[in-house]
Ligand binder design. Structure first.
Ligand SMILES: NC(=O)c1ccc[n+]([C@@H]2O[C@H](COP(=O)([O-])OP(=O)(O)OC[C@H]3O[C@@H](n4cnc5c(N)ncnc54)[C@H](O)[C@@H]3O)[C@@H](O)[C@H]2O)c1
Ligand SMILES: N[C@H](C(=O)O)[C@H](O)COP(=O)(O)O
Length: 368
């Protein structure tokens, strides 16, 4: 991947067209959007249309302008907005800082609208503001997350959740795919199967080739149990199917180096070193970014997202792979605890917009 700079920005007429959903209006989505859109690097990279309720956005903008130490915010009057008006009784029940059925109904309506408009070719991709799954549930929408709604509405049979983050220290890119996502921990060993792993590996390989231009890549796959099961002494999944599955996939994909199962506790040591680089000048240079994997497969949500968010909470991007269009999202959630205070960090939203623009441009090049 490369850093988007002035010379890479495509001419105005072919700039990526992105829909930007507000997310849960009671959370920090509107704030990080207004902050990100005030950044010239963002506005230069693509044509952005906010999909959400204009009147709510204006209300939040007015409130944030009054906040202490208010940072630059885009003025809604100057933005392209695809207005999704809400029934008055729903709008009246939206309370900044509290996700509820009304805020869930609103964020669901924004997503449905953005997906429909993107499928109708009004946009090349969607950047989604954070939603609360519990608020969707309260509103009567039973989806584990936005990814599953996107897959259902777009007819995608397979979808993957990939977190992409570029290190500010070394410029190295951390790519982490979750083999299973919003699955309760007790269900993880049952959900993980060789079939599921093959589906996710197929998606990752397609994405690395098509979106990141990597025809040969190194992929590290985590084990499930402590020390990858210690030869069956600390868990049996590695011996039963994970090791045979990796061996088979090595034969099937000679262009790809598949490492694993890597003991989960040490899987993140080298990525951590590649991410931070030689920060301590007295330490020997411990890892060369070219010697680490191009992508990591974590077997379940927190196995992958604890290290990702520890290293890169301010800039990781949740990227859906396998959809017929680009979709990215910041890695953080609705942060109801700080909503409306003007202190939310917009860098992950900015990274999500820039990555979406970059991926749209890359797909266009591949199509030519
Ligand atoms: N992109 C998404 O749609 C997405 C991603 C993760 C979680 N969620 C949802 O968000 C809701 C809340 O989840 P959570 O509390 O586990 O995670 P969270 O990311 O909302 O918040 C975790 C902590 O980080 C802080 N934080 C988060 N984003 C921040 C930012 N941009 N700037 C400064 N501080 C920030 C919060 O104040 C909180 O202390 C849940 O319903 C969850 O499902 C949505
Ligand atoms: N699993 C994601 C995370 O923790 O960042 C997040 O919940 C987003 O999921 P959707 O994009 O599917 O809503």
């Amino acid at each position: 991947m490369y850093k988007l700079d002035e010379k890479d920005i495509t001419p105005v007429q072919s700039r990526p067209r992105l829909a930007l959903t507000l997310g849960d209006p009671a959370g920090i989505g509107p704030e990080v959007i207004l902050k990100a859109l005030a950044d010239p690097e963002v506005s230069k990279s693509c044509d952005l249309t906010v999909v959400g309720s204009r009147s709510l956005l204006v209300e939040i903008y007015t409130k944030l302008k009054l906040a202490k130490n208010s940072q630059p915010l885009a003025n809604p009057e100057e933005l392209s907005i695809f207005d999704v008006p809400l029934d008055k009784h729903i709008q009246d029940e939206i309370l900044i800082g509290t996700g509820n059925a009304a805020s869930g109904a609103a964020s669901f309506a924004y997503m449905e609208t953005a997906i429909a408009q993107t499928l109708a070719d009004q946009f090349d991709g969607i950047v989604t503001g954070p939603i609360a799954k519990s608020a969707w549930k309260a509103a009567g929408y039973n989806y584990p997350g936005q990814t599953e709604l996107l897959a259902e509405k777009s007819g995608a049979k397979r979808v993957g959740m990939l977190f992409v983050a570029r290190s500010p220290h070394t410029n190295w890119t951390l790519c982490t795919l979750l083999a299973c996502t919003h699955v309760p921990l007790s269900q993880v060993p049952k959900v993980l199967t060789p079939q599921l792993m093959t589906e996710k590996l197929d998606l990752l390989v397609e994405c690395l080739e098509k979106d990141f231009g990597l025809e040969r890549a190194r992929i590290a796959i985590a084990g499930l149990n402590p020390h990858s099961g210690e030869q069956g002494q600390l868990g049996h999944e590695e011996q039963d199917w994970l090791i045979p599955w990796i061996s088979q996939e090595r034969k099937n994909r000679p262009n790809f180096q598949l490492d694993g199962p890597v003991p989960p506790d040490t899987m993140w040591v080298k990525p951590g070193q590649a991410w931070y680089g030689n920060i301590d000048p007295s330490a020997p240079l411990r890892v060369n970014p070219s010697q680490v994997a191009d992508a990591y497969i974590a077997l379940y949500h927190d196995q992958g997202l604890i290290p990702v968010k520890l290293m890169a909470f301010d800039r990781a991007v949740n990227t859906s792979i396998g959809l017929p269009f680009i979709r990215t999202s910041p890695d953080h959630g609705t942060a109801f605890d700080i909503a409306g205070k003007g202190i939310a960090d917009a860098r992950s939203m900015k990274a999500a917009i820039l990555l979406a623009a970059e991926l749209v441009s890359q797909r266009r090049k591949v199509k030519l």
